[in-house]
Design a protein around this ligand. Structure first.
Ligand code: ADP
Ligand code: MG
Length: 229
């Protein structure tokens, strides 16, 4: 077996926000190594810095200090265009509120990220159909979001994250708007994307029922990872 390949390395990552004249330290010296195919839960109470960390990992924001290597590239020093390029190639996002276009069908929602990439329409459609089948929604492709349950909407959002074939999936409170049954379905699906599809999956959540499904858990408190279990 090959030694595990490192995909994300954080070294002494800090994030400070300015609030008026006051500084606030949302992340305070984070060191993390994440390997290809890892599936990890990040837990912590509200305000502990989970979303700030996920946004940095997702190349949506820059750290104030420290080093972030994504597949060997120090992304903390890239300009915004290069950062957006890496984000588009490597990362798929899943959010608490699904963020679907309300008037577009499931299929159109999943095709959306491929429009920006200039993928021709036939291929867009085929890849979106494949991604929706992967999340078990082959029978719901023509439904608009309000014709779908919460769990199904989140599955559309997962398909949309998968359609660009990213190496890394980042899910920030993906089950926050779901009942406990659907929360389990969604977290099992995210885990399966690591174990069966080779994705690297990071889930930030404060829901113990979600977290208990993950073999490795990073516990955050006051902007620091306090414990790994
Ligand atoms: P969590 O996702 O764990 O609830 P967040 O990462 O959203 O935590 O927030 C961590 C801390 O950083 C909170 O105290 C929050 O108020 C603060 N914070 C987050 N984003 C901003 C921002 N854009 N400006 C100022 N403070 C922020
Ligand atoms: Mg959050």
């Amino acid at each position: 077996m090959n030694p595990a390949e490192i995909i994300i390395e954080l070294r002494s990552i800090a994030k400070h926000y300015m609030m008026g004249s006051e500084g606030f330290c949302a992340l305070n010296g984070i060191d993390l190594d994440i390997y290809l195919n890892d599936y990890i839960a990040i837990v912590g109470s509200s305000g502990s810095g989970k979303s700030t960390l996920m946004n940095l990992l997702g190349c949506l924001d820059y750290p104030t200090d420290g080093e972030y290597r994504l597949k060997g590239t120090n992304v903390a020093t890239l300009d915004e265009n290069s950062l957006a390029g890496i984000r588009n190639r490597e990362i798929g996002f899943i959010f608490q509120n699904f963020n679907l276009l309300p008037r577009a069908s499931a299929l159109q929602n999943v095709m959306q990220p491929l429009i920006y990439r200039g993928v021709p329409i036939d291929e867009r459609k085929q890849r979106a159909q494949e991604a929706l089948s992967m999340v078990g929604l082959q029978d719901r492709m023509d439904h608009v979001p309000n014709q779908l349950s919460g769990g199904q909407r989140q599955r559309v959002a997962i398909a949309r994250a998968l359609v660009t074939k990213p190496a890394i999936l980042l899910a920030d409170e993906p089950t926050g708007n779901l009942d406990s049954h659907n929360a389990k379905v969604i977290s099992s699906m995210l885990i399966d994307l690591a174990t069966s599809r080779g994705k690297t999956v990071l889930v930030a959540s404060h829901d113990p029922k979600v977290v208990e499904q993950f073999p490795r858990v990073y516990h955050m408190r006051d902007g620091a990872v306090q414990q790994v279990t």
